[in-house]
Design a protein around this ligand. Structure first.
Ligand SMILES: NC(=O)c1ccc[n+]([C@@H]2O[C@H](COP(=O)([O-])OP(=O)(O)OC[C@H]3O[C@@H](n4cnc5c(N)ncnc54)[C@H](OP(=O)(O)O)[C@@H]3O)[C@@H](O)[C@H]2O)c1
Length: 278
């Protein structure tokens, strides 16, 4: 049966390459971009790939949690009664300056952590309609340098771009672990990953460095996790992958209480009902 895959940030970089490779498998794609104007050329490129499946698109500004809620609703409408097999939370930013979302969150925190977490929570009903569903969160190896500022997630005490990025990616890894724990042994599987170090605008303009991996390398682990049979992925639920393999995580990720606290705090910030602990 054809998979239906939703990819955020599919108009550039790793997300676009991931969409191109998945299109060639014949999967049905719903691609997200910031605007319809950015999506149009990507849709045309995907529809030119031999063997492509259905290509649909949704535009949304991901720094605005209200727009993210509307995106989730629009995605459900687009799906109709089809299940969502893969939620690929790929979009991300490296903010070089402090800025706030409409809800008052620092933008790195909002876009890299709160938004993918909200999509995971809101799209659970669509994911639960698929027997092989998975929620794949693109984090970064930089999460290992992260520190959670429990009293100042927004860096009110002074913005540091690298610390903000690392915190957001660490939060994503912890949220994924706890989400997977609470989802249990059946239903959607949550995992996170590091894609590699690739010369995209995030790396070049944000980190001010060049990558050592290709775009295909960057897309490879997301594609692997999207296509792996559920029975093979299930034992690794909550896992963090690099180069298609389980990799080590920040030591605090081994503390179940910290993961649960981060998950609960995130749900409280989002105003969503947390799944019950197991
Ligand atoms: N590149 C690396 O070396 C590297 C390493 C580790 C992890 N990652 C992670 O990999 C993921 C993909 O990054 P990339 O390197 O491919 O970056 P990229 O080329 O800058 O692409 C990011 C994508 O996310 C979209 N996006 C960003 N902010 C958005 C917003 N507020 N609203 C809507 N869409 C938004 C971008 O849209 P626009 O084109 O409109 O901006 C673009 O489609 C990110 O989560 C990143 O943190 C990358």
């Amino acid at each position: 049966m054809t998979s239906t895959i939703f990819i955020t940030g599919a108009t550039d970089g790793i997300g676009r390459r991931t969409a191109e490779s998945l299109a060639a498998t014949g999967a049905d794609l719903i691609i997200h971009g910031r605007t319809q104007a950015k999506l149009e050329p990507v849709i045309a490129a995907l529809e030119a790939i031999p063997g492509h499946g259905r290509v649909q698109s949704l535009a949304a500004e991901l720094s605005d949690l209200q727009a993210v809620r509307e995106l989730a609703t629009a995605l459900e409408d687009t799906l109709g009664d089809r299940p969502l097999d893969v939620l690929l939370n790929n979009a991300g930013v490296f903010m070089t300056e402090a800025a706030r979302s409409p809800q008052g969150h620092e933008l790195t925190w909002a876009i890299n952590h709160l938004t993918p977490a909200l999509l995971c929570q809101l799209l659970l009903p669509s994911l639960r309609r698929s027997p092989t569903a998975r929620c794949i969160n693109v984090s970064s190896m930089v999460h290992k340098q992260g520190e959670l500022r429990w009293d100042d997630f927004n860096f009110d005490g002074g913005f540091n771009d690298r610390a903000a990025y690392a915190q957001s990616k660490l939060a994503m890894v912890l949220f994924t672990i706890e989400l997977a724990r609470r989802l249990g042994d059946s239903g959607p599987i949550a995992v996170s990953l590091h894609p590699g170090v690739i010369s995209t605008k995030l790396l070049v303009d944000g980190f001010k460095m060049q990558g050592r991996d290709s775009l295909d390398d960057g897309a490879a682990t997301s594609i692997y996790l999207a296509l792996l049979p559920a029975a093979e992925l299930r034992p690794h639920a909550g896992g963090y992958f690099k180069r298609k393999q389980i990799d080590s995580v920040h030591p605090i990720a081994h503390d179940a209480q910290v993961c649960a606290r981060l998950y609960e705090r995130t749900c409280a910030l989002l105003g969503v009902e947390p799944l019950s602990p197991r």
